[in-house]
Every structure is written in C-alpha cells, then in structure tokens.
Design a protein around this ligand. Structure first.
Ligand SMILES: [Zn+2]
Length: 547
C-alpha cells in the first residue's frame, strides 16, 4: 500500500521539478542549427601543442567562449574512423552500433565488407562506384535521426566529409543528404541513391565551378618554417611523402605531383583538403537553407585531411603543424559564416575527433620509448603450425584481421571439438608471442564484465554477432604499419584522448579535467534539444556543459 500512496507524490515532484528546470528545452529556445565538427585523427594535445600558433577566431574562440572537456576519451577498441564517427553520433560503442571497424570480415557473407559499402544502391553525381555508400550496417540511430523523428522530418540533416564514412555515419539513416569527395580525374562532391536521385542544383553548380583546381598549387608552410618550433625537423626518417618527390620536405608542387598521386586525391593528403571541405560546408549552409527557422537542423562536418597527413608524415611532423595552423583558419572562416548566416547565438557547435594517433614508433624507439612494429606474416606462420600440431588442422583458422581471429565454427563442430576449449587453447598459446599484450576469447567477452582498463575498452568494442573468436591487444606503441607515418586503433591514451569543445547557444563557458567519454556527446546534444536519446546510447549528458 505504501508503494501506491508514494506514486502521486513522486509524480507531483517530477512534474514540479520538470517545470522549474530551465534545462528542459522547447522548440522556441532550441538552437536553429547544431554543427558537429569531427577532426579526423586529432589528438587532444594538438590544442595545447599548437596553441600559440592559433589565431583568435578558430580553436581559441571555441575554447575561450565555449566549454573545453580536456580529458575526453574513446571508450572502446578499435579507435578507427568508421567506429569513431558512428560512436560520436549514436552515443554508443561498436558493441551496440555494430560498426566494428572500417572494414571487417563478415562471418555470414564469408567476405570482407566495408563499413558503409552498399552495392544495392547507385552512385549519384559520378559513374564511379565510389558513391555506392549508405549507413545500412549501422544498427542504431544517431541523434540526427532522433531530431528527424522529433521534428516530423522538418529538421534537416546534412553530412559532409572528404571520406564517405565521415559523412554517411554521422548523418544517420534518415539524413536529407550526405556528401563526400570523389577525387581521381573528377574532383567533385558526390552522394548516393540512399539520399537522392540526383544532386541538388547548388552541388551541381559547386562541382561545375571546379574551384577545387585552385588548390592544385604549391603547398608551402603558412608561416615561415623556422617558426614551426613545435615539431621535428622537416627532413627526417619517419615520413613517407608523395610519389615523384624524393624527400618529404616543403614545398610540395601539387600540380606536378598530381598525376603520380591519384589526381585530385592528392589534395586529401594536404592541408588544402580541409579548405575544400570548408568551402563546401559554407555552400551547404545557404544551398540547404540551414538554420533559417525555429526547427533545428543538423550539419555534420568531418575534416579528414588531418588523418591523411598524419598517416603520411606522422604526429611530430612540420606537415601536421602546418595542417593544424591552416585548419584553425578554416574553423575561423566556418564560424564567421555561421555567425553571418545563422546568427551568433542561434547555433550550437561541438568539435571532437574520431580517434587520435600514436607517434611514429621508429621515432619513439629513437628516444628510447618502448615501441615497434608487428610482423604479422611471422606470427601467422607460428600460429598455423600450432594449430596443425594441436588440432591437426590449420583450416580451423577462417580469417585473421583487425587483431582478431575468426574460427571456422562449422569445422570446429564437425571435428567434434568444443568451441570454448579451442578458444582457450589459442588464448594460452598467443599470450606467449612477442608484443602480444593481452588476448581474450569471444566466450570471455560474452560472459565476463570488465569495468576498467584496456579489457573494458575491448569489451565495448566487441560485438557478439560480428566480432571474431579471439581478440588480440598488441603492446603499447606497437603497430602493424610501415616505418613512416602514424596510425591508430588501440585503446591506449595516445589513441583515445581527443578534444571535446562545445560552443554557442545553450553552452556554458568553462573547462574541466573530469573524464568524459565520446559516447556522452550524443546524449548531451539530445538533452540540449529535448529530444529522445539515440536508441542504444549508453553515454550521459554532460550536465555541467549545458546552461
Ligand atoms: Zn586514420
């Protein structure tokens, strides 16, 4: 009986507190536009390392006027682009949204699939297959999807990135459009029939003007290179560079190097790729009438050149420093465009990254930090002979990819073996291999609960339906990559620690060192808008960020 009498009081209390709570949003107080900015491969320390090189109107303006979450991390493995963009916008991890890599081995199709690849649809804007992309492998909704549902489809969603997956996954299932860059000989923005049958006029016009050609010029440093004191020597042993140029040193004559480096695709690996994205994002603002009425629109912009440059030249390069100095100018230009078109206090923006990156291991070795490279071919041979000796069959190995082993489960069954026992024998074998830090089986991932550390991150990245039978964690700073350039994918801080800045309408001014997680972003945006959380979100709204 006590239980029943308590209910009306509870209801009244909730009703009262809801009415008194200024954080409950309504359409009149919501921002007209939410802008999500993802900077591909941006480490948190790029905010601090290059701070003195930034102007007042870009990163610094967001830090000064907005809220800076300085201890923001990815909370799963693998820290890669597809999973990163999906997690930011869905508020959940690969365990639930299903994007377990950029590519992965599909156990049912028995082939490797690409996270946004979709052969059931057609390219729009090109005859090439690069437009055959959709979010069909993303199992859950993004906050942009929830905004579409909440607004009866009146709030628009537009996704933009050089990379297809950087545009498609944030925009979600219900987006009006996602646009990505098709380089090669065309140098144009394209889409797919998931969104439209033909490009809108403003995109056709943008492509026809071919303003992309103006970036095929010389790439030299924005400031005198001697002032770039926050990075290593321009000429060093840890950079790959471009085909057709002997050294990875400034300046780069892009017009001359174009043909040997994929035509217009060369722009992706220069600071100018971000200029191109900004040009297109500003064109989208007016082309799509974003933020022009009381119904909130969502613009998802992802800057990918930072990742391409990082992969080619590494975390400590002059090329990375120049790319961030120039990106800062792009952000200033984008904010100015938003101020002018949407109005200064009419939009809310967040900026984060889809993952960070490790310093080039060869460089780390040179300064005595434990680091190195994995020899997959050697490991595979040793593992195959173990399987031969132990189970009389290397055929039990169906696929090895993304630090996971997929067993041929049918063969395990027909050979009369117990899956759990096979997995356990493999775990006990692999943990003895050089540069293997941890090994877990799918059974352990499904039956244990890890709450902290690398194991917990591995578990949040483990999808029961899509992931492999064995999960391997390499040693810190050991990567499977050439000895030039940086990469990412681990659960260590160099890969998980990324910026998180909030700015604009409804956002407090301040900063924190309290740990926040990448999955908190979507619930925070949902709370700001007063809409449902993405359907599998596990993060928490960051209350201290919201006014
Ligand atoms: Zn990358």
């Amino acid at each position: 009986m006590l239980k029943y009498t308590a209910i009306p009081i509870l209801c009244l209390t909730l009703f009262w507190s809801c009415n008194q709570n200024p954080k409950v949003s309504s359409n009149e107080t919501n921002p007209k536009l939410v802008v999500g900015i993802v900077v591909d491969q941006m480490r948190y320390d790029y905010l601090t390392r290059f701070y003195n090189k930034y102007g007042e109107g870009g990163f610094k303006r967001m830090m000064r006027e907005g809220y800076n979450c300085k201890n923001n991390h990815f909370n799963y493995i693998p820290t890669k682009t597809g999973p990163g963009h999906a997690s930011i916008y869905t508020g959940t991890t690969p365990k639930y949204h299903g994007i377990i890599g950029n590519d992965w081995y599909d156990k049912i199709l028995k082939e490797t699939v690409y996270c946004v690849g979709d052969t059931s649809i057609r390219s729009v804007g090109t005859n090439a297959s690069s437009g055959q992309m959709s979010p069909h492998r993303l199992k859950t909704t993004t906050f942009a999807d929830e905004n579409r549902l909440f607004t009866q489809g009146k709030g628009k969603t537009i996704g933009i990135s050089l990379k297809d997956r950087g545009a498609v996954l944030p925009a979600g299932h219900t987006a009006n459009a996602a646009y990505w860059f098709h380089g090669g000989e065309e140098g144009i923005w394209i889409s797919s029939t998931h969104y439209m049958d033909e490009l809108p006029n403003w995109v056709k016009l943008f492509n026809a003007e071919h303003s992309v050609t103006k970036y095929l010029t010389e790439w030299n440093t924005f400031h005198d290179i001697s002032t770039y004191t926050e990075s290593g020597l321009d000429l060093n042993a840890y950079e790959r560079g471009f085909n057709g140029k002997d050294s990875a040193t400034f300046p780069y004559p892009l017009d001359k190097l174009k043909d040997a480096n994929g035509g217009f695709d060369i722009l992706k690996t220069t600071a100018y790729g971000n200029n191109l994205v900004t040009d297109f994002a500003l064109a989208a603002l007016t082309g799509e009438d974003l933020g022009q009425d009381a119904v909130t629109d969502i613009l998802a912009v992802s800057y990918s050149s930072t990742d391409y440059v990082g992969h080619n030249f590494g975390v400590n390069s002059k090329e990375i420093e120049d790319t961030y100095i120039r990106l800062d100018k792009d952000l200033e230009r984008l904010l100015k465009g938003l101020d002018d078109y949407v109005g200064k206090n009419n939009y809310t923006l967040f900026l984060t990254a889809d993952h960070a990156a490790v310093n080039v291991p060869a460089y780390l070795q040179s300064v005595k930090i434990p680091a190195g490279y994995l020899n997959h071919a050697q490991t595979r041979r040793r593992f195959e002979s173990f399987m031969e000796q132990t189970f009389n069959s290397a055929e039990l190995i169906e696929n090895i990819s993304n630090d996971q082993i997929f067993l041929n489960r049918r063969l395990v069954h027909t050979m009369g073996l117990k899956l759990e026992e096979v997995q356990e024998r493999i775990v006990n074998e692999l943990i003895n291999y050089p540069h293997v830090y941890q090994v877990y089986s799918a059974t352990t991932m499904s039956t244990s609960e890890f709450t902290i550390g690398i194991e917990a991150l591995l578990q949040k990245g483990f999808n029961q339906k899509r992931s492999g039978d064995i999960l391997i964690v390499p040693d810190p700073a050991f990567i499977s990559y050439p000895k030039t350039g940086s990469t990412h994918g681990s659960g260590f801080n160099y890969d998980t620690h990324v910026p998180l800045l909030f700015f604009g309408k409804g956002i407090m001014q301040g900063s924190t060192h309290i740990k926040t997680e990448i999955t908190d972003i979507a619930p925070t945006m949902s709370a700001l808008l007063g809409i449902s959380f993405p359907n599998a979100a596990i993060g928490q709204p960051l209350d201290f960020v919201l006014e």
